[in-house]
Design a protein around this ligand. Structure first.
Ligand SMILES: [Zn+2]
Length: 476
């Protein structure tokens, strides 16, 4: 059997949070009535001239610096010609051979350790409008999004799995959110991703034919699209079929990708320098000035978490990769004597309860901090903690009070627990003999009974130790 690997590069489009559009004074805000945020410039009417919004350059440079890029002192705009009804001008102003930022990287944590993903380039461009397909009226256009500023962030083909792609996107989104240049709302299309994927035999250099999946706007869809597309490539290779280089779309309902257009009919963009806009010139001093406005980034927080709180690199990365989760952790850790237990609660139980793409938690920082103390101090055991956290998710109750009122404290009294152990052993001859016969799982059942007899409150470590030693006595 031959072994294969996937080669993935990602292109991410991010809408910048400027008040006005990239080349005119129209508002960028989302959700306005169709075509109310438009003017002759962003409608592409003849005789109009674009004027570059300086803030766009500042924000793009900020992104570049936060992603360890080299910032060009000189870059320019190019026209990308394409004919599609979502862009009235019939060309998009973008950057072709001289992008604003180049040669950056970001680091992700994988299960095998830290991995660096290269960033080829970041360039600025304008967004297109939105087509609305309607059964009655046919296809309509909303030009509010025409000219909303975008940066496109192109990664090197360094990604080798769906989970690495997800980690890269989460880290990228986190960094951009920390810098404040975009709200990265995925459901509003402010952070969307194109996946370039090919498959090759492991250990070989030659890349397979690449396909591109367009416009994915959730981490989950990216993972599903990659898994589907990888298997599609594998099947084609096994059956001796040729993969066609083409653009595909991911269908959310079927979980499959479908062909949109192939290379033969692909657009010939015929880039050329935009004659209406002067080049972008930036002095080293100006770049340095922008650098000073960048706040604490995920990697700096991560260092703080590993040094001050002694969290592992993997857990720290998980927390900082979501600015809301990181802020929540920093609030809660003020109330916690046990940052490690707290971090496990947040990335474990709370993340499981939170089904949204973005971290939200209805439990207040002091309550979750106090829960970590109850666990760390040995006042409650983990099974009671798990039950409590479910209740706290439903209603923001104070765990200290609940433990007090409902008498949920862990039972550490050895004499009492020993009496329970003896009782369980007496009533479960079969399980005891199974266990003595080498069936180690029988201990789980015995523990289940013992814990049940204390309403789940026994200290499980002491309980198991007592059960084992009492059974051992029987054998001797
Ligand atoms: Zn406009």
């Amino acid at each position: 059997m031959k072994e294969y690997e996937m080669i993935i590069g990602l292109e991410v489009h991010v809408e910048l949070k400027t008040k006005t559009k990239i080349f005119c004074n129209c508002a960028t805000s989302f959700g306005a009535a169709p075509n109310t945020h438009t003017c002759p410039v962003c409608m592409g009417l003849p005789g109009t001239l674009p004027v570059l919004n300086r803030k766009v350059v500042e924000y793009a440079v900020k992104a570049g610096l936060a992603l360890n890029c080299k910032i060009a002192n000189f870059s320019k705009h190019d026209r990308k010609n394409y004919f599609y009804p979502d862009l009235p001008k019939a060309y998009q102003i973008s950057q072709f051979d001289m992008p604003l930022c180049k040669q950056g990287y970001l680091d992700i944590e994988t299960e095998l350790g830290s991995k660096r993903i290269g960033i080829t380039r970041i360039h600025i461009e304008e967004d297109a409008g939105k087509l609305i397909h309607d059964d009655v009226y046919g296809t309509m256009i909303d030009c509010n999004r025409c000219g909303v500023p975008l940066i496109e962030i192109v990664s090197e083909p360094d990604i080798r799995s769906a989970s690495e792609a997800k980690a890269y996107l989460q880290k990228l989104r986190a960094i951009l959110l920390y810098t404040g240049i975009s709200d990265c709302k995925m459901n509003e299309g402010a952070f969307r991703c194109d996946v370039n994927l090919s498959v090759r035999e492991k250990g070989t250099e030659k890349l397979g034919t690449r396909t591109e999946i367009k416009n994915l706007n959730s981490f989950q869809f990216v993972v599903k699209a990659i898994e589907y597309e990888y298997n599609r490539h594998l099947k084609a290779i096994e059956n001796g079929e040729t993969i066609i280089q083409e653009t595909r779309r991911f269908d959310v309902n079927s979980g499959k990708t479908y062909s949109m257009r192939n290379k033969e009919s692909a657009n010939d963009y015929r880039y050329f320098p935009d004659p209406d806009l002067p080049p972008i010139e930036l002095s080293d001093e100006e770049i340095e000035e922008i650098k000073h406005t960048i706040p604490e980034l995920p990697d700096e927080r991560k260092r703080k978490y590993t040094n001050e709180y002694e969290l592992s690199a993997y857990i720290s990365e998980k927390i900082v990769s979501d600015i809301d989760m990181a802020n929540y952790f920093e609030q809660a850790v003020k109330f916690s004597k046990y940052p490690q237990i707290l971090s496990n609660l947040i990335i474990g139980d709370i993340s499981r309860l939170n089904t949204a793409d973005i971290f939200t938690c209805p439990i207040s920082a002091n309550n979750i901090g106090e829960l970590s103390n109850l666990i760390g101090d040995g006042i409650i055991n983990t099974s009671i903690a798990k039950k409590l956290i479910m209740r706290m998710w439903e209603e923001d109750i104070n765990p200290v009070q609940v433990v007090e009122n409902e008498d949920l404290k862990q039972i550490n009294d050895r004499a009492f627990l020993d009496s329970i152990a003896l009782e369980v052993i007496k009533n479960s001859e079969r399980l005891v003999s199974d266990y003595r016969g080498g069936k180690l799982q029988a201990m789980k059942a015995l523990m289940g009974q013992a814990m049940g007899k204390t309403s789940g409150k026994a200290n499980p470590v002491i309980m198991e130790e007592l059960l084992k030693s009492r059974i051992k006595e029987l054998t001797e």
